[in-house]
Design a protein around this ligand. Structure first.
Ligand SMILES: Nc1nc2c(c(=O)[nH]1)N[C@H]1C(S)=C(S)[C@@H](COP(=O)(O)O)O[C@H]1N2
Ligand SMILES: [Mo]
Length: 201
């Protein structure tokens, strides 16, 4: 009989199949960020949807908590080459955020912002159909501050730098504008399966 044993690791063949090129599997959850963890609480957190500079709608924590919840469980892939399997998140899908605002996407491009002023761009097409959520829980508990709590974006089909921690807003942009890492040599799209790590990959 084949069991997963105590480590919870899938068999080697399955690991190989689920790992994008150049990645290795870790059971840890490394913390990677530009600066110190900003102090953001449920009281000070809010999320703002903008069209360029123009605010379309803003939610406080308690307003956000009333939106429909979406769960997602799956694998995440960091450009520094670690991947983690079967991570479980819950939050509000970008679809539900837009529909609560009564907004249809005004452009095809977006830029997300964190409370630490980190930014990253994601095409709007990559946010729809449940492909992206503003997560407020991890493994059934509030997200720890080091991993972006109280709320972080999760766009798990792209490298993890595309998932801003302490997320404070989504801004539609006229054209595809690079964020922090994209302006410093990282790929504008960041598909782990096509190994789009750096500009030109
Ligand atoms: N706000 C913010 N979000 C961020 C970052 C950051 O510096 N600030 N770093 C990114 C990078 S490069 C990675 S790999 C992941 C790491 O998330 P983790 O610390 O939860 O593993 O967060 C991403 N989101
Ligand atoms: Mo990263």
């Amino acid at each position: 009989m084949v069991t997963r044993g105590f480590s919870g690791r899938p068999p080697a063949a399955e690991i190989a199949e689920r790992l994008p090129p150049g990645q290795y599997l870790t059971d840890d959850f490394p913390v990677l960020q530009l600066g110190p963890t900003p102090r953001v609480t449920e009281e000070t957190w809010s999320f703002t949807l903008r069209d360029g500079p123009k605010p379309l709608k803003r939610w406080t924590w308690s307003e956000f908590a009333k939106l429909p919840r979406t769960r997602w469980k799956g694998d995440i892939h960091c450009v520094t080459k670690w991947s983690k399997f079967d991570t479980a998140w819950a939050g509000v899908s970008v679809d539900d955020i837009l529909s609560d605002a009564g907004v249809t996407a005004p452009t095809a491009f977006t830029l997300f912002e964190g409370f630490d002023d980190y930014t990253t761009n994601v095409p709007f097409a990559d946010l729809t159909g449940g492909k992206a959520i503003v997560a407020t829980s991890y493994e059934g508990k509030p997200i720890p501050p080091d991993h972006g709590g109280p709320a972080r974006l999760l766009v798990p089909h792209l490298y993890f730098w595309k998932s801003p921690k302490w997320v404070k807003g989504l801004r539609f942009t006229r054209k595809d504008e690079g964020g922090f890492w994209e302006l410093r040599g990282y790929h504008m799209y960041g598909d782990p399966w096509r190994e789009q790590r750096f500009t030109g990959d």
